[in-house]
Ligand binder design. Structure first.
Ligand SMILES: Cc1cc2nc3c(=O)[nH]c(=O)nc-3n(C[C@H](O)[C@H](O)[C@H](O)COP(=O)(O)OP(=O)(O)OC[C@H]3O[C@@H](n4cnc5c(N)ncnc54)[C@H](O)[C@@H]3O)c2cc1C
Length: 351
């Protein structure tokens, strides 16, 4: 694995490289290679743009492709490429594909962006946005600053935590929030899945297929779609505990088990296991912009039908917004719409 010196992306291939003074550099795309060639020492950013897109999931990447086609002077900044879509082991509801994994679909999005519609981009986390006159200044965790006339916020959602003893201490030591990437690490072991929604049901099924003995714990009743509940009930190696809370994840250096408590009797039981998969919902990534744009009670950015927010010049799209339907196809569509609106805003401003 290499790190692109221009954008900071992890690069798994050797398609784009250059050797300078016996040192070899690898790039995510021809675009970043060319930027490096143009100016090997000063290859980083110019810092004022027409549009900055924050987030590289389906919404942000679609926005990036549309912005590139629209010839807007645009920059994309994101923590990762692909977003939550990578976590889906099977996407059956995206037009044009009968069946595709989330990872494959995200790779297609990335390739379309990097190979066909390249835009300047950087891997990084936005921690603050300041309004300066009619422009916006973005500050990243690495203290880099970028300025733009308009913004598209496409930062999606993150997994909700349980907030119970042992959870933080045992992350990556048996506690997992993502399903697809971690499942193979637990082949054939005893595992616990927390959460009775569709993500919990899908994770339980994926784990059971690798030979795990799965205990699925949910407070109250399962809330997954009935067809998903019926499906997992057919597996002999999935046991569903409805009406239980998890009070602790225990273990010294790695997960050794969980303590569950019955909602009826309040009796506690220890369930030994090696892995705990937490699937208890999502929170919108709006921490860094919550003082700038209006949010609803769920913390989602409130948008108008054209993806504009209450703040002129700031647009938002995808799962981070209050738009109905948390789906890849909807996030992508909203990403395209946000660019058309940002472009119109810029044209109107010039008039
Ligand atoms: C397990 C699972 C299975 C799913 N299965 C399906 C399915 O089969 N079909 C379907 O249609 N949908 C599915 N979904 C939902 C789908 O993945 C989401 O609706 C979609 O990914 C939303 O796209 P988005 O771009 O709005 O947000 P996200 O995918 O959440 O992307 C957000 C992006 O923003 C970046 N980011 C966040 N905060 C910052 C910050 N401060 N600075 C910089 N970058 C930041 C992230 O790194 C990420 O790149 C599934 C989701 C999960 C979790």
């Amino acid at each position: 694995m290499y790190k692109d010196p221009v954008c900071g992306m992890n690069v798994e291939h050797e398609h784009y490289s250059i050797e300078i003074e016996s040192k070899k550099y690898y790039f995510c795309s021809n675009g970043c290679l060319n930027k490096f060639k143009d100016s090997p020492l000063e290859y980083s950013k110019k810092s004022t743009y027409d549009l900055i897109i924050i987030g590289g999931g389906p919404a942000g990447l679609t926005a990036a492709v549309y912005a590139s086609i629209s010839k807007l002077n645009t920059f994309l900044i994101t923590n990762d490429i692909g977003g939550q879509a990578i976590d889906s082991s099977k996407v059956k509801n995206y037009m044009g594909f009968e069946f595709i994994t989330g990872k494959e679909l995200a790779e297609k999005f990335r390739d379309q962006f990097l190979e066909e519609h390249y835009l300047e981009h950087k891997m990084g986390e936005v921690i603050k946005i300041n309004q300066i006159g009619d422009k916006f200044e973005i500050i990243t965790k690495d203290r880099e600053k970028y300025e733009s006339q308009t913004l598209i916020i496409a930062t999606g959602m993150k997994k909700r935590k349980m907030g119970i003893p042992g959870e933080d201490r045992l992350v990556r030591k048996g506690v997992s929030y993502s399903s697809v990437q971690d499942i193979s690490l637990f082949k054939g072991l005893d595992v616990v899945v927390i959460g009775g929604g569709n993500s919990g049901a899908q994770t339980a099924e994926d784990l059971s297929k690798t030979g795990c003995n799965v205990s699925l714990i949910t407070k109250g009743k399962m809330i997954a779609d009935q067809k998903n509940i019926d499906k997992i009930k057919k597996y002999n190696n999935i046991k569903i505990y409805e009406g239980y809370n998890i009070t602790e994840i225990y273990g010294e250096d790695s997960v050794e088990g969980v303590i569950i408590q019955s909602e009826d009797t309040m009796a506690t039981t220890k369930l030994p296991c090696k892995g705990v998969f937490i699937q208890v919902g999502f929170l919108p990534n709006t921490e860094y912009c919550k003082d700038l744009v209006n949010l609803n009670r769920a913390g989602e950015i409130i948008i108008n039908p054209d993806c504009s927010t209450n703040k002129p010049g700031i647009f938002a799209c995808g799962d981070v917004t209050n738009a109905f339907g948390k789906r890849i196809i909807i996030a992508s569509g909203e990403g395209a719409k946000a660019v058309l609106s940002a472009k119109k805003y810029l044209l109107d401003k010039k008039k």
